[in-house]
Design a protein around this ligand. Sequence first.
Ligand code: GZL
Length: 351
Amino acid sequence: MIKYKGIISVILTELILCVILTTGCGSTPVVLDNSVSGEEDDGRIVIGFSQLGAESDWRSANSESMRSTFTGEKGYRLIFEDGQQKQSNQMTAIRTFIQQEVDYIVLAPVTETGWENVLEEARKAGIPVILMDRMVDVEDSELYVCHVGSDFELEGAKACEWLKAYVEKKEIDESNLHIANIQGTLGSTAQIGRTKGLSDAAKKYGWDLIAEVPGDFIQAKGREAMEQLLSEYEDINVVYCENDNEAMGAIEAIEAAGRHTGTDIENGDIMIISFDGVNEDALSLVRNKKISCIAECNPDLAPKIETVIKQLEKGETPQKLSYVDEELYSSEEDVLSINAGGREYKVTVLR
Ligand code: GZL
C-alpha cells in the first residue's frame, strides 16, 4: 500500500501531474490508475514501472501488457514512467518511486551496466525490484528479486538453426552466405544475446559474417544501416535484423535500391531474418515472403510479473530467472522444426 507522505503531497503530485501533462513538458511519472481518489493508503499494491522507451512495436505491446494486467479493479496502482531510451531517466524514475515509497519497482533496463547504485538505494529502502525483459549486469544478484523475460541467445540460435536447415534443404552452398547483422541497442541484453547467437553460429558453420552495424531497434535506423551496408558490400545476401522494426526499415532500403528480398539468394535475393513477430505488418511481410523467418519474442510478460508479486505478497520466493515460451514463424514449408539448445522447436508456417 502506498505510504504517501500526507494527503498534501498527493494533491500536489496530482496537480503537478495535471500541469505537466497539459503542458507536455518533461518525462513525468504517469499514474495510470486514477480511479483511486488519492486516499492516503487505499489498500492497493503500488507498482513503480520504469519502462525503457517506446522505440518499437514490441515495446508498445510490452507496455500494454503491464497496463492491462495491473489495473485498479484488480487492486493495483501502476505508476508508469517512460525512460525515452535513456538510463538517466530510468534512474530518476526509480529514485522517485523510492521517494513515493511504492511497494514494488518493475524495471525494464535499457542497457545492462551501471545499475548498482540505484538498485542499492532501492534495497536500502526495502523496495523489491523485479527485472522485466532485459537484464542488468551487477556483481550482486540480490540487488533484484528476479528476472522475467526471454533467452535472447537462444532466440538467436533458433533463427540461425532455421537458416542452417533451410540452406541444407535447398542445397545452397553455405560458403555462398554473406551475412550482415543490423544490431539492436548496443549493450542491451537483447542485442548482446542475439548478436552472440549469430556470431556463434557463423563460427560453428563457417558462415561469412561480413558486418555488424547498430540499428537501435528502430525502423529509421534499420533503413539507414541497410543503405550503408548496400553502399559498402555488393555480396550481402542475408540480413539478420535484431527486431522487426529494423527489418521493415531494411526492406525499405533494399527495395529503394532496386533489389528484392526473398529466399532465392543464389539469384540476387537478399534474405531477411528478424525477431519479435509482434505486429501484423511484420507477419504480413513473412506471408509475402519478404521476411523469411522471425524468431518470436514474447512481449506479454506482465502476467508472469503479477505471479511474482503475488508470491512476494505471500512471503514466497520467486524463481530467479523465468523465460517465456517463444516460436518461429516462416512462410517456407521446407523447414517445419529446428533443434536449438537441446530442444526441438516447431516452425509456424504462415500462409
Ligand atoms: C526484447 C526487447 C527488444 C525487442 C525490440 O525483449 O528488449 O527491444 O526485440 C525492443 O523490438 O525494442
